[in-house]
Design a protein around this ligand. Structure first.
Ligand SMILES: NC(=O)c1ccc[n+]([C@@H]2O[C@H](COP(=O)([O-])OP(=O)(O)OC[C@H]3O[C@@H](n4cnc5c(N)ncnc54)[C@H](OP(=O)(O)O)[C@@H]3O)[C@@H](O)[C@H]2O)c1
Length: 334
């Protein structure tokens, strides 16, 4: 346990691309003590720790798990390593916050959730979006009937990613494919707002490596709401969401990291909300520390059921697009 009663000690595994954005906001969290960073390369951990103000750096993940000052391990490595590293952290008795997707498939996700349950250890998939004030505002508008009955959701996460077959985005052995990496966000938003779909249809274009590089997904939810979602590694950036109802619509630019949200009625902007802080992972970080302070083993804002539902829907989507061999390879079945 961290020295100051209110503080919670964080250890970060995998000082790569997204780790930088997370650490930038972690260091702003008052209750967070930045204890250590671990990398397979000690020099990488050293420079990251120095840049973001972590107290120490380790050249192996095992050393970080053995550090008694660390309460929470944040894992930010390619998807295919999530389960093994999370299990090591759970065995060491650490609370675990692991990047999305928790694992590349439902079977592995179930196994990992079960392990955390058996050990009575906190485990959470780091799905930042639902914690953002702009998204909470959209939920509030929908629940209070501001757009009438919701009818349609359109949401996209498209950008120009690496086409290098060895890159984790394209490589089946590193959990490649647009659905797991970015399609997860529109699917998550649809399920957050309207629940796990009753029906899923999906088509997509495959990369040379056999993983999907673009996908168009249609889902039907209970209550008559339909979702139309896209994701791609091959296009200009397009990351907005629109929720249309019988009496208005909600527009969320760059919804996965939403800062602004607008309510439109009768063709006019009726209300707008801008997050005064504008953080991306800050609210998620606070929610993790709130849950731990309350002695919980799941985060109420993104619990195990939500993680499981997400993994199950993504399995269904990918099954409609990629070959059985690629489906299994991406999910660790070599
Ligand atoms: N929440 C979000 O908004 C968000 C945004 C982007 C990405 N992500 C998620 O974050 C995770 C990491 O993505 P990233 O783009 O940051 O990854 P990355 O920069 O490619 O790699 C991060 C770290 O993973 C380890 N690693 C990379 N390639 C490896 C390999 N082939 N074998 C073993 N270890 C390897 C390295 O750790 P060492 O330093 O130990 O070598 C590296 O520093 C993904 O699961 C992704 O879905 C989340």
């Amino acid at each position: 346990m961290s020295s100051n009663q209110n503080q919670q000690g964080w250890g970060l595994i995998g000082p790569g691309r997204f780790a930088r954005e997370f650490a930038e906001e972690l260091r702003e969290a008052e209750r967070a003590r930045l204890v250590a960073v671990a990398s397979r390369k000690k020099e990488r951990a050293d420079s990251f720790a120095a840049e973001f103000g972590f107290e120490r750096a380790y050249g192996s993940y095992e050393e970080l798990f053995a550090d008694d000052d660390i309460d929470i391990v944040y894992i930010v490595v390619p998807h295919v390593f999530h389960r093994e590293i999370s299990e090591m952290a759970i065995d060491a008795g650490k609370a675990v916050v692991c990047e999305k997707p928790l694992t590349p498939g439902l079977a592995e996700t179930d196994a990992l959730l079960q392990k955390a349950g058996e050990k009575n250890v906190f485990l959470m998939e780091a799905m930042k979006t639902g914690f953002l004030p702009a998204i909470r505002k959209a939920v509030e508008w929908i629940e209070s009937g501001r757009i009438g009955d919701p009818v349609l959701l359109r949401a996209d996460f498209c950008f120009r990613g690496s086409v290098d077959p060895a890159d984790r985005l394209m490589n089946p052995d590193l959990g490649g494919g647009a659905v797991l990496d970015v399609g997860i966000y529109p699917v998550y938003l649809a399920q957050l707002l309207f629940g796990k779909p009753r029906e899923v249809a999906a088509v997509g274009a495959l990369a040379e490596t056999g993983v999907e590089e673009s996908a168009a997904i249609v889902m039907q939810h209970d209550g008559g709401v339909s979702s139309s979602l896209t994701c791609s590694f091959r296009t200009e950036e397009s990351m907005d969401a629109v929720i249309q109802g019988t009496e208005g619509e909600i527009r969320i630019p760059t919804f996965h990291a939403a800062k602004d949200v607008e309510l439109w009625r009768n063709g006019k902007r009726a209300e707008a909300f801008s997050d005064p802080v504008g953080a991306m992972v800050g609210p998620e970080i606070e929610a993790v520390m709130d849950a731990l302070a309350a002695g919980l083993t799941e985060c109420p804002g993104h619990d195990h059921r939500a993680t499981r539902d997400l993994a199950g829907t993504m399995d269904e989507i990918c099954r409609r697009m990629v070959s059985e061999e690629i489906f299994q390879r991406v999910r660790g079945g070599r």
